[in-house]
Design a protein around this ligand. Structure first.
Ligand code: HEM
Length: 503
């Protein structure tokens, strides 16, 4: 049958014109409303930002300005409160932080922002506080102080475990985290090479979190020169978060593309996709026969998420939901710790006096090289608790851009007063990245804070007790980063010579 399309063309063209005209009118009305009638219209800020969110997209995606720098620049120009997009304010006054993030404020996370993570209902991205509360409660015991103390050997000691569910091959035997990290530093030193401590710390924290949550180390530390495939994949994929923040189409494309095709387009993403497939296999194995969890060498996160008593009659999470939670835990727990360690060590190496005092302190807490103290001992020792190691860790957390994002929250309909300014309810508000609240505050603050501290204490003590660490001056580190929720470090990584100490 022949179908002639020509008779339809005029009406098709007319349709297009009508759609374009309606969109234009809608856009103009919207911009007029945002500029003159919106409840936030009296707040200062760039005109473009008040008109449309596309202004922010243009600044971040086209002009490639890091949002952290942009916010600072806008505050210099417009003052303490700036309207950075039609529905979003950002505050620079430190008082604003505690007024937004505190135990009483159970404000929702901003959907516009958190949808970029594309992890469905995973509790990190679950915008509604009450809905997130249940899943958070399921796993909070797993990250409790007591649980971290019990499992701290996963962070530090030379433990050998047989692993039934690794992505490399079944039943792999491997050494764990800090000891392995130190072994790699020694090996590089023997070859006369300095070590890339940025990648080294990222590999350490990635292996720790995967081991801790899934009993499935992805052995990032075993890659030559710390070039772990998953760790590098995270860096490569980092700035897509910014694109996803503005484009549902891009999120849809990423979701719909077959993984094999994605891996071919960007071989660098292969590590991440392998990681995701390995977790998926693990989850499917567990859902098929839950006793697979008993094969793991220690308690793993799925036991909490699938615990019938804790679920209390709610639907059992699907494989996709478990995968979303797993990915969130990995992302939240790996890059953050690595960034804080790298930034802290960079500053120590550039402040030789403070570094020497720290070395002396750690040595007096750890006199015999082969008998490392426990996390509690390091933390509890009076002179350490009150003095340098703790102080250094606090300072590292304060200056490192572990999570530079604005963490936007939605002001409830009743409105709020923030830093003395009355904010109407409904539209979003953005809080200050106050440097002393690295783990955030309030009901949606960091769930992994205990594990984070444990890793920071142990890693710092191990590095400075086992090695004489010197910055590689031939490779001067550039700590320049841009914000994509997490920081993407774009310049030369921190390289250091690590000479092993004998006693
Ligand atoms: C030094 C290390 C760390 C820093 C600085 C840090 C920082 C943060 C911050 C600022 C948030 C708030 C994010 C938001 O409001 O959207 C957060 C949330 C979170 N963090 Fe961490 N984190 C660290 C380590 C960890 C570790 C080791 C884990 C372990 C899995 C973890 C798991 C989480 C989770 C699950 C959330 C979401 C909580 C919720 O939405 O209720 N973090 N973290």
């Amino acid at each position: 049958m022949n179908v002639h399309v020509y008779p339809f063309l005029p009406s098709f063209r007319l349709g297009l014109v009508v759609v374009a005209a309606v969109s234009l009118c809608y856009g103009l009305l919207r911009v007029t409303y945002n500029l003159f009638f919106h409840p936030l219209s009296h707040f200062p800020g760039p005109r473009g930002a008040a008109c449309t969110r596309l202004w922010l997209a243009y600044m971040e995606l086209v002009k490639r300005v890091s949002l952290s720098d942009l916010r600072a620049e806008l505050h210099r120009k417009y003052g303490d409160v700036v309207r950075i997009s039609p529905n979003e304010l950002h505050f620079s006054h430190p008082a604003a932080y505690n007024e937004i993030y505190n135990a009483q404020n159970k404000w929702d996370k901003d959907h516009e922002f958190y949808r970029a993570f594309d992890v469905g209902e995973a509790f990190f991205a679950q915008t509604n506080y009450l809905k997130s509360k249940h899943s958070r409660a399921l796993v909070s015991n797993f990250f409790s102080r007591q649980s971290i103390s019990e499992l701290q050997h996963l962070v530090r000691s030379l433990v050998r475990v047989s692993l039934p569910m690794s992505h490399a091959s079944p039943n792999v035997t491997f050494t764990l985290q800090l000891d392995q990290f130190c072994d790699r530093l020694k090996a590089q030193n023997r070859e006369g090479k300095s070590s890339d401590l940025y990648l080294g710390f990222q590999c350490f924290s990635a292996d720790t979190i995967t081991n801790f949550c899934f009993a499935a180390s992805f052995n990032q530390l075993s890659f030559p020169e710390f070039r772990g495939d998953i760790v590098l994949g995270i860096d490569i994929a980092m700035d897509t978060v910014t694109l996803r923040k503005f484009s549902d189409v891009f999120i849809w494309l990423l979701r719909s593309f077959p993984h094999s095709l994605l891996a071919r387009i960007s071989p660098a993403l292969k590590g991440l996709l392998t990681f995701r497939r390995a977790l998926k296999n693990q989850i499917e194995a567990i859902l098929r026969s839950p006793q697979a969890m008993d094969d793991a060498p220690h308690r793993i996160i799925y036991r909490e998420l699938l615990n019938p008593e804790a679920i209390k009659g709610r639907p059992v999470p699907t494989a996709q939901q478990l995968l979303n939670e797993a990915e969130v835990l990995f992302s939240a727990g790996s890059h953050t710790v690595g960034t804080v360690l790298m930034t802290g060590v960079y500053h120590l190496l550039h402040n030789p006096e403070t570094k020497q005092r720290l070395v002396d302190e750690v040595r007096s807490a750890w006199p015999v090289l082969d008998s490392p103290p426990s996390y509690e001992e390091l933390e509890r020792l009076p002179f350490l608790a009150s003095a340098l190691l703790t102080a250094v860790i606090k300072e590292m957390l304060r200056i490192a851009p572990a999570v530079p994002a604005g963490l936007p929250r939605v002001v409830p309909p009743s409105g709020a007063v923030i830093a003395g300014v009355r904010i109407p309810g409904g539209p979003g508000s953005k809080a200050l990245d106050n440097c002393l609240v690295a783990f955030s505050k309030g009901p949606r603050s960091c769930l992994g804070i205990n594990l984070g501290y444990c890793e920071l204490y142990l890693a710092l003590a191990y590095l400075f007790r086992r090695f004489d660490v010197r910055a590689d001056l031939a490779k001067p580190a550039d700590l320049k980063w841009s914000e994509h929720f997490l920081p993407l470090f774009e310049g030369q990584h921190l390289h250091a010579y690590c000479d092993p100490l004998d006693d």
